[in-house]
Design a protein around this ligand. Structure first.
Ligand SMILES: Cc1cc2nc3c(=O)[nH]c(=O)nc-3n(C[C@H](O)[C@H](O)[C@H](O)COP(=O)(O)O)c2cc1C
Length: 350
């Protein structure tokens, strides 16, 4: 699919998830079929740019292009400055996050809180778009269907964004007030798709190839964005892609492939974060990978949670797969996605 001047390999996007979709995970998902991935949110406040977290989020080394960086904030000038700063550091696409219901972000009226203030939305979009256009960088917008179920202004925002020059919209089928409760609804996404000419990507609760087919057909969207269902299951992208193209299911990854993919991911993760942080931040990925296929009470999970070093984490994963493969089992069937897990490790979830 086409995103401004960029031809993406396909129309399946990995959702930005703070604390999850770091460079190693984005790159893995791209290798396994995601056509595009947006980085975790970068703060628009310059005081935060020198922290370890921000430095890591600005690290796109070796990432398959185009590199898309998400920014969030409520001050048009600061947002424009943040866009310029990220473009100077390699961003080829700037994405604005207006989808975040988290208190930390809404308290400063950024994220989805902005949707309540359409005049401010317009100022932010104009300011960031000007900076992006001067540098030949497309601007995309990720947002929710509105402030609350009674105040769904997704169409107004979409038409405003299109008229300002935004190149693509991603819409999460929930309002800010919904948080993560209830099911995502796709009627508003369909209405938005019908109201603009720029590409619209549908997001929310896409957990299987069948659901992907349904959402694509129902909304008429140009593409899909998958978030939580990719946690511990980066293979979902190739599975959905295959199903959308052929109507048939791919077999799950073999144990051999899962072993290799997990080890590479783990090592890349450790290398990216370093020993101390990497040991801790790898745990959630390991849990997501193994809870379904191995069973959430499997002793390997506890062992991994208390492993004292990154080397020990790698060894435990290695030994676990060796003994599993020795049983003659062939496939690694990732768990059904558990979308009840509202993010706990970060308060920046959108
Ligand atoms: C842990 C977590 C962190 C998230 N962080 C961000 C973020 O930084 N920026 C953003 O636009 N959305 C963020 N989101 C929202 C997702 O991008 C996505 O819109 C949402 O999870 C719905 O998609 P899903 O049902 O496929 O997970 C986050 C979600 C989760 C679960």
């Amino acid at each position: 699919m086409q995103l401004a001047q960029f031809t993406l390999p396909n129309n399946l996007f990995l959702a930005p998830m703070a604390g999850v979709t770091d460079r190693p995970f984005r790159q893995l998902c791209k290798q396994l079929g995601a056509g595009h991935a947006v980085s975790e949110m970068a703060a628009s406040n310059p005081q935060l740019w020198k922290t370890d977290k921000s430095t890591r989020r600005l690290n796109h080394h070796g990432e398959t292009k185009p590199v898309a960086v998400q920014i969030a904030g409520a001050d048009p000038e600061m947002m424009a400055h943040a866009a310029a700063y990220n473009i100077e550091r390699g961003a080829q696409i700037i994405d604005i996050n207006m989808g975040c219901p988290a208190k930390k972000v809404c308290a400063v009226a950024a994220g989805s809180a902005l949707l309540q203030n359409e005049a401010l939305v317009e100022k932010i979009l104009r300011a960031v778009h000007t900076v992006c256009t001067e540098r030949g960088v497309p601007l995309t917008l990720k947002y929710r269907t509105g402030w609350s179920p009674e105040h769904r202004n997704a169409i107004t925002i979409a038409q405003m964004a299109e008229s300002i020059g935004v190149s693509l919209l991603t819409l999460h089928g929930r309002t800010r007030a919904c948080g993560y409760t209830g099911d995502a609804e796709y009627d508003t996404i369909r209405a938005v798709k019908q109201s603009v000419r720029i590409p619209v990507i549908a997001n929310g609760d896409i957990t299987s190839p069948e659901k992907a087919r349904f959402v694509l057909d129902h909304t008429g969207a140009d593409g899909l964005m998958i978030g939580r269902a990719a946690q511990g299951n980066p293979w979902i992208f190739r599975e959905v892609l295959h199903y959308l193209r052929t109507g048939a299911h791919l077999p799950p990854p073999t144990l051999e492939e899962a072993h290799t993919v997990m080890l590479h991911h783990l090592q890349d993760h450790h290398h990216f974060y370093g020993e101390k942080t990497g040991l801790l931040t790898a745990r959630k990925h390991l849990q997501w990978y193994l809870c379904g296929p191995a069973g959430k009470n499997h002793p390997v999970i506890d062992q991994l949670m208390v492993a004292p070093t990154t080397e020990a984490q790698v060894r435990i994963v290695d030994e676990f797969f060796m003994s599993w493969r020795n049983t003659g089992a062939l496939y690694f069937a990732p768990s059904d996605s558990d979308l009840s897990n509202e993010p706990t490790h970060t308060r920046l979830a959108a």
